[in-house]
Structure formats: C-alpha cells, structure tokens
Design a protein around this ligand. Structure first.
Ligand code: GAL
Length: 697
C-alpha cells in the first residue's frame, strides 16, 4: 500500500500528554490531549461536536468520541502496544442545511493506509471502523475534505477507542514537517531601499508611503523631485501630504546611515488608479478567525514593525470578520446592537473605537484594512453592509481605513429573493450570483461606487471566490483585487490546487488589478488554533515564490508573534518580493511542462524574466532543460538565483541543456536577463553554457 500523500512529510515525535486510563484494556481517544490535532477549522473537541452539541451522526447520538474538521489529522504514539482501533465515523448532523459536509475518514498505521470510509456525506449512517494494530508504532486518524472543499466538514470519530495489550497510557504527537533551511542572505547593514518603485494615489486623498529600507539605524531619509503637497520625514522615512492634481512624478528616494547611502528611482502616479503593485500585509483570518480582537491586531502591527518586515514593503494590517456584532452568538463580546438608531455600524466590544485603532496603525507608518459582506450577514454571521453600503463606506473613511475585503456570503439569500431580515437568510450561500452575471456584479458595483466617493484611497478586495469569472469584470466595479478560488486551507493539496488554477485569470492582472489566490499559509496558522504550517520547507519556498510570480496580493496569515527565523527569511527576501512588486504588473503563467515540473514565467519591466521551475511531483526532479523557445529566449543570458541572491552564470539558449535539480514540491526560482551583445562580438562563437545552480543545503 502507498503511504498516504497528505502525510509524507517527516513526523517529529513530541510526546505531549499522557492519556487517562479507563481500564487496562481500553483507551478512549477522547481522553487524550487533542490539542495536537491539526484541522482546517476550529479545534478538536472531546465528547461533543465541533459546535459543542452532542455528537450525532444521521440521528444517532454518541456519548463518547471526538469531533474534528477536514482536513484533519491526529496522531497517537502506540509503540506496538495496541491491539485494535475502532470508531463510528460520519458527518455531524449539526451542519444540516449548509453547503459541503463531505469527507473521507482514513486510518494509517506507520504511514500505511489501513482503512478508509470512502466518501461520506451528511446524513450517511455512521460507518464502523475496526482496524487491527498489532506491531503498529504510530496511528494516524485523518479526515480529508472528500475531494470538493472543506466547507462544513464537521467530522466525528464517535466511540473512538484503542484496545491495548496492557498499556494504560498513550500520547498524541505534534507534527513538524522537514528541516527548514534558510537561503535568504541577511540584508546588509548599509542602507538598501526595497519595495515598490511605483505608487498610485488619487488627487486629494491623504498620502502615506513609508519608504522600506533595510540597514542599521539611525538612518536619515530624503527625496528629490517630490511634487508640491508631499513631504518626507527625515527620521521616519514616511512620505505624507496630499496631491491636488493628477500627474506622474519622477522622484529619487535616498537613505543614509553611518555605513553608506542608497538611492532609488520612484514614480508617483496621481490619477484614478491605485494599488499599482500588489498589496502586501497581514490579515487576521488564517490565524485568529472568530477570535480576533483589537489588541491582537495592534500586536500584529507592532510585530510587523519590530521584526523589520516594514522595511521590506509589508504595509497593510487587515482585520477580517468578527469586528462587528454577531447575528446570534452567545459570546458576550459579540453580542450587542449591530447598528445604532441612525443605522451606523457598531463594532463589537473587542474593538470599540475603530478610529483609535486606525490611528494606532497609521502612527506606526502602516495602513489598515477591514472586512464586510454585501449581504446582511458576513460569512461568520456578523453584521454585513446590505442596505447600508454608502453609510459603511463613509464610516470606514472617517475611521481612516485604507482597505476593504468584501465577501459574498449571505448575499446569496438576497440574490435568491429573500428579505434581508428573513431569519432564513443563510450566512454562506452562493445563490443565483453563480449563474447570473448582473446579480453577481450588482453588490460589488454598489460598494465600489460608495468607496470611490470617499475622500481617501481604499483598496477594494472582492472576495467571492471567482464566481462568474470575476477577473473579467472586477475592474469595472472598482475592484483592485479579487479572489479567484475558494478559501485556502493549510495543506499542500489546497495550496497546490489553487496554484494550478491561476492561469485562466492571468491575462487580467495589471497595475491596479490583481488576481488573489488567497492568503499565505506560512508560519503559525490555524483559524483560531494556530499551529506551525503543515507545508514542508520546500513547499513553503514554492508557495511564496508562486504567489510572487502570480503578482498576487501578499497577505501573511500567521500569528505574527510566533514568527520564527525561517518564516521570516521567506518573507524578507527582497529580490523575490521584487518579482511580486514589479511595476509591469504581469502575472506568470505556465509556459512549459516537463514531467511533474511546471515552468512558470513572468515578464518583468526591465526586459528580463522571472522563471520558476516548480516540482509538483513526489520525487526530486533532475532534468536538463533545453526548451528555451518555450521561455521566449534566444541568445546569451545571465541567470540569477533569486532566493540566494547570487549570479549563477550564463545560459546560451539553443546550445547546451541546463542541468536542474528541483526538490520534491520545491522550486528553482531564477531571473534571466539578456546579455547585450556588443556589435563587434555579435558574430563570435558564444561560450558554452556555464550555469550550475547550487544544490539545496
Ligand atoms: C470567507 C473568506 C475568508 C474569511 C471568512 C470570514 O468567505 O473567504 O477569507 O474572510 O469568509 O468569515
């Protein structure tokens, strides 16, 4: 039997907690430490469903067992002391009426599949799982999303228990995935100006751009060519002010410290288009989900500065769902009026003063975003903007927000003709928007117009999962970015599946319009239960590189206070980020496939190309790449390894093949630039290709 692919990464054994003993022969899994379980939503619960109800599968209740969510994983160290594992598995009845609710339950022993439920749907009777475990050292209980998506996949392992050979205690296992290796060289101590080289602003809007510079502090900043109305603060490097009239302004930015000085050309384009390079920042959803608070948001902002991420261009601090009050939660911090008597949206008590929060973030030189839905309710069931679009846009502008993520969710009920106050309006429902273009566009055009009327620039991010090919019309409703797929979850399968689905939207990427494959799943993520990412280090290199090649908005989704050196190294490679921020604004597409290796190419403003050789296969790939015509290359080129920030030599397209070794689920990311041929040498015989990329450490 094949090892289960979801679990091929190395497993680090960390004995976390001992089980309680029920009898010498039976260990109930619901007595183990379930905190080590990994799942795409919520936390594993003992003896109750994910939402805290009695465990119930197709009308049958169970007193024992545990509940998880696809994609879910729990591992138990057995050391050969168990005889059998048994359980009654199925989808919990609590998700009745919701979309999704399909999963497959899989049992693995020492990475070998021992049992599978097959695809299970809501309403299917519980299936009996009985697995002999003689000699098995490590048991893994896995729930996959059933090959669709993970929506409402509330999955119960009811009556889960292990019969033992005298052992009275077992421990669950925390997973680590591979040994991280850092390629990003440390930034020099002398100043280096990073980040975007072009910036868009509308006439009259407040201007804020913090020049991102690495290097030792203290540092002084200056700029020449700044148009009237703008000034730079010499200590903080922040450019502020307002521009009265449209125009393009060529500016030179300068930074100086005791060790040297740096200079960079910068274009300010004052006109109707903003977000001229993909927005970069942090969003609360992938780590805190419904547990977000103003305090956590402030700490994320503080950390973005303290870790130096701000010096690499990271700018936005985005509050996702759950800053508003909820339609029916019993949590006192989410209970309260959704709007006041005048219809003004009310933040919940976790947030209180939204203006104070925005001021706090701006004081740090950063920008701030938030989230709403065109329906009466957001996806999490909090107050949406339906019927209050202009009023909400005004509130966001008055508070000082710079970014809005606008979700679809309960608008599906409106699209289907339900009244906004109808209690049947579901929180998550696609409705006719999926088939009717005018219905799909209407709520986004309405909010787009409301935002456009505000006297400040608000980046408008459409979050409707790619319905009705949003990339074809997102620009016409005022959008600056749009999600192209369903939510990313924390797995290789989800990330790679999303990556492979991007090409269709690529021609629509341009300055001010970005296809959004969803947030980064690096660092500690976990929708209310942050755990280290399940991606291996190679998968993380591939993930970040691809999002850069795709010109995707880069939104860190992790708990910022748990950033480790490796994750930080992935987020601070200025040459890799420069690919994302390239002013030409093209999106890479797959231009060639060699076995499991897909070759993604992005054209850059300076005439060079960024190329990612991406190995989606399960083995390291060794190849001699020869099909330079697929890359549009002829003649002699220099090759630069972007992660290592090193020149690796030259290639002569059409001559020798180029030897490449690409790790499993990894990437070789290079920049290839033509070598100008001086006329006198044009006919001389070119030297053979000399490029050999360094091997992975
Ligand atoms: C989803 C969206 C997520 C998050 C969530 C909040 O629809 O895709 O990114 O915003 O809603 O409830």
């Amino acid at each position: 039997m094949k090892p289960f692919p979801f679990l091929r990464s190395a497993i680090g054994v960390c004995l976390v907690a001992a089980a309680h003993q029920l009898s010498a022969e039976t260990v109930w899994v619901d007595t183990l430490d379930l905190k080590t379980a990994i799942q795409d939503y919520g936390t594993a619960t003992s003896k109750v469903s994910l939402d805290g109800n009695p465990l119930m599968i197709a009308g049958r209740t169970f007193a024992r067992g545990f509940a998880t969510h696809a994609e879910g994983w729990l591992a138990i160290q057995l050391d050969g002391k168990a005889r059998t594992f048994s359980a009654q598995v199925g989808i919990d009845d609590e998700v009745k009426g919701k979309p999704g609710g399909t999963a497959e339950f899989v049992v693995l022993g020492d990475e070998v599949k021992l049992w599978s439920s097959g695809l299970m749907r809501l309403g299917d009777a519980a299936k009996t799982c009985e697995v002999p475990l003689a000699g098995v050292k490590r048991l893994e209980l896995v729930v996959t999303d059933g090959e669709d998506n993970n929506y409402y996949d509330h999955a119960n392992w009811a009556e889960a228990k292990i019969e033992t050979d005298g052992a009275t205690t077992f421990a669950t296992i925390a997973r680590i995935s591979g040994v991280p290796y850092i390629l990003t060289p440390p930034a020099p101590a002398s100043p280096r100006i990073n980040g975007a080289s072009v910036f868009g602003v509308r006439p009259g809007s407040p201007f804020l751009f913090t020049v991102p510079v690495t290097g030792q502090r203290p540092m002084t900043f200056s700029a020449s060519g700044l148009p009237e109305g703008l000034q730079i603060n010499a200590q903080s490097g922040r450019i502020t002010g307002r521009l009265a009239v449209a125009g393009t302004f060529a500016v030179t930015l300068r930074a100086e410290n005791a060790l040297g000085r740096a200079e960079k050309k910068f274009r300010i384009i004052c006109g109707e288009r903003i977000a001229l390079t993909p927005p970069m920042g942090w969003n609360s959803w992938n780590c805190f989900a419904g547990e977000v608070t103003a305090d956590r948001v402030k700490r994320a902002a503080d950390t973005l500065v303290k870790t130096g991420l701000i010096n690499h261009g990271w700018t936005y601090i985005n509050v996702d769902d759950f800053w508003q009050n909820h339609r029916g939660s019993k949590d006192p911090t989410l209970t309260g009026p959704t709007r006041d008597a005048q219809g003004n949206i009310q933040p919940n008590v976790r947030f209180g003063d939204m203006k104070a929060l925005a001021d706090y973030v701006h004081e740090l030189g950063l920008k701030i975003g938030l989230y709403s839905s065109p329906g009466p309710w957001t996806c999490g069931g909090c107050a949406g903007s339906y019927g209050h679009e202009l009023q909400d846009a005004q509130a966001y502008a008055e508070w000082g927000f710079d970014y809005l993520k606008y979700d679809w969710c309960s608008y599906g009920g409106i699209a289907d003709g339900l009244a906004a106050d109808d209690p049947k309006v579901p929180s998550v429902h696609w409705g006719k928007g999926e088939s009717d273009l005018a219905i799909a566009q209407a709520p986004y055009a309405l909010m787009g117009e409301a935002l456009h009327r505000q006297p400040r620039d608000i980046v408008y991010s459409l979050c409707q999962y790619g319905m009705s090919d949003v990339w074809k019309w997102g620009d016409t409703v005022g959008g600056h970015s749009w999600r192209t797929t369903n939510d990313i979850s924390g797995t290789w399968k989800s990330m790679s599946g999303i990556a492979l689905a991007q090409d269709k939207a690529a021609p629509f990427a341009q300055p001010g319009n970005w296809n959004d494959p969803d947030m980064l799943i690096l660092g500690y993520i976990g929708w209310g239960n942050p755990q280290p990412t399940r991606l291996t280090p190679d998968e993380q290199y591939l993930h970040f590189s691809l999002w850069c090649l795709f010109s995707s908005p880069l939104l860190i989704g992790c708990d910022m206070e748990k950033l480790d050196d490796f994750t930080l190294s992935l987020l601070t490679n200025d040459e890799v980020i420069a690919i994302n921020q390239d002013p030409l604004g093209r999106q890479a597409t797959c231009v060639d496939t060699v076995g499991d290796v897909r070759v993604y190419l992005k054209k850059l403003e300076d005439g060079s190309v960024a190329v990612g050789f991406c190995n989606f296969g399960r083995q390291p790939a060794e190849l001699k790449y020869e099909r330079f015509a697929h890359l549009g290359l002829s003649g002699r080129h220099t090759v630069r390894d972007l992660w290592r920030q090193q020149e690796v030599g030259t290639i002569e397209a059409g001559r020798d093949g180029w030897p490449l070794t690409i790790p499993t689920h990894g990437i070789v990311l290079v920049k290839i630039a033509p070598v100008p041929v001086p006329p006198a040498q044009a006919s001389a015989t070119p030297a053979p290709a000399s490029t050999k990329l360094p091997a992975k450490p």
